[in-house]
Write a protein that binds this ligand. Sequence first.
Ligand code: KG4
Ligand code: ZN
Length: 330
Amino acid sequence: MLILGIESSCDETSAALVEDGKTVLSLETASSVDVHRLYGGVFPEMASRRHIDAILPVVASALEKARVTSDDIDAIAVARGPGLIGPLLIGLQAAKGLSIAWEKPLIGINHVEAHLYAALMGKEPLFPAIGLVLSGGHTLMLEIEHIGCYRLISATVDDAIGEAFDKTATLLGLSYPGGPALEEMAKQGDAAKISFSLPKVKKNPLAFSFSGLKTAALYAVKNAASEQYPDIAAAFQETAFADLIRKSRLAMETRSIRSLVFGGGVCNNQRLRTLFKDEFPDLPQFWPAPGLSADNAAMIAGLGYHQFLASGCKGASLDLEALPRTPFWQ
Ligand code: KG4
Ligand code: ZN
């Protein structure tokens, strides 16, 4: 079964063709990050304008790269949220237009759920699992019973982890989005030279909080010479990841878990992967394949396949709405 996926929830306009939820035939993505870099963060109206220009060309290019036509598609899956309302609406309207024109069923997908699916694409999952969504907009820990069935364990009470990376990177003079640049800078630094406290949330030992760590980094930067910035980057990164490890371990103490599943742009970070693999060497871990950590339409098409089958291949009605903030867990 061939699904066309469309993703436009933030600053990436993406289209993909995925066979049976596992084989990516094509993935085409246009990013407007060059514009947002000028503002130090995503400028929603600018993102919307770029989505309008890019959406149909990326779909056309995804079809061409996969060497298929609209006749070969079984359904169209689109990210309906969470995300920025303007950008979401452009992907959704494009998907609805194509659904009418090509007479194909429409599938509305939760973008964050799709981030977790990205790690499982084409693999044999091991459930129950703990899922960690680590992106620019979300930091979530969930228990995954099976694809489509999730229970929330904890979330961030303030900044998302990717957001904290981006803001700390800005303090260190790195340009937006600073996560990858901070990882690079941290390689030159010595984390042991600076000590940041592990984040704690009162009365909720599993909840995440990154704003205190970001503020600690701010004071460290104020008191440091630029030669010490790599040490600050390294200490920030080690502390943020130690926190994820500590809370994952705590969550596992009271749950019977067969694997860990990771999703979101921060999963591009190689140090994060190494730390988790070293810390839990005997626990199977599912990480997104290259190109599938950050926002992409392949994860939307892949999850779309499962959701379409689960719905008895019915598809959604054309009054499907964008949902900027809707949970996908029970
Ligand atoms: O999943 P994503 O593409 O978009 C959202 O749904 O938010 O995640 C983007 C986030 C940004 O905050 C970016 O800085 C962060 O992922 N990121 C990284 C790395 N690569 C991307 N953070 C740390 N290390 C990286 N290598
Ligand atoms: Zn995302």
